[in-house]
Design a protein around this ligand. Structure first.
Ligand code: 5GP
Length: 187
């Protein structure tokens, strides 16, 4: 059995983390993607238990109080968190576990899991990011403004991460993520 590993993928909303991850998981089905808990309402097409576990604020606060979350943060008015048990269990089984989380959560993981590999995905530019979020058409104007304000803050923190990858070309960005993961396989 191989050695378990924790991988953190962070980057501003709309940068294309989700699409990159879906392709990565298709190519490497042995990777395990952690499913987060959120108080955000589901977007059209999102499936409970697959994209997120959608919960009420009360339920989320109960999970925090019970220590059920490995990390959690408030983002654009909603709570998001990583259920602790499945992550630890998969790492124990020797799996490589991926967390797709925002900056505050990534900082918490840096404290609790200093050995985690932390990757930051950058947009080619801020106007390009805004364009992508608007074209996605899944957020209200208020949510878009909140996400863009937060995006600049996150981009400013990119240097805190082990690796920064610019998503200006999908295939190249995916390749760089793979190189990063598999080059460190022996660590
Ligand atoms: P979205 O609402 O677009 O699905 O996600 C908003 C942000 O929350 C994204 O940056 C995403 O990476 C982050 N996020 C998703 N799940 C978690 C989580 O469990 N913990 C933290 N800290 N952030 C998360």
């Amino acid at each position: 059995m191989g050695k378990g590993k924790l991988i953190v993928l962070t980057g501003p909303s709309g940068v294309g983390k989700g699409t990159l991850l879906r392709s990565l998981l298709k190519r490497h089905p042995d990777l395990y993607l952690s499913i987060s808990v959120t108080t955000r309402p589901p977007r059209p097409g999102e499936i409970p238990g697959k994209d997120y576990y959608f919960v009420t604020r009360l339920e989320f606060e109960r999970m925090v109080a019970n220590g059920e979350l490995l990390e959690w943060a408030e983002f654009a008015g909603n709570y998001y968190g990583t259920p602790r048990t499945p992550v630890l269990e998969h790492i124990r089984q020797g799996k490589w576990v991926i967390l797709e989380i925002e900056l505050e959560g990534a900082r918490q993981i840096r404290q609790t899991f200093p050995e985690a590999l932390r990757i930051f995905i950058l947009p080619p530019s801020l106007p390009e990011l805004e364009d992508r979020i608007r074209k996605r058409g899944k957020d209200s104007e208020e949510a878009i403004v909140r996400r863009l304000n937060r995006a600049q803050e996150e981009i400013d923190a990119a240097a805190e991460f082990d690796i920064q990858i610019v998503n200006d070309n999908f295939d190249k960005a995916l390749e760089r993520i793979e190189e990063t993961l598999f080059a460190t396989a022996a660590c």
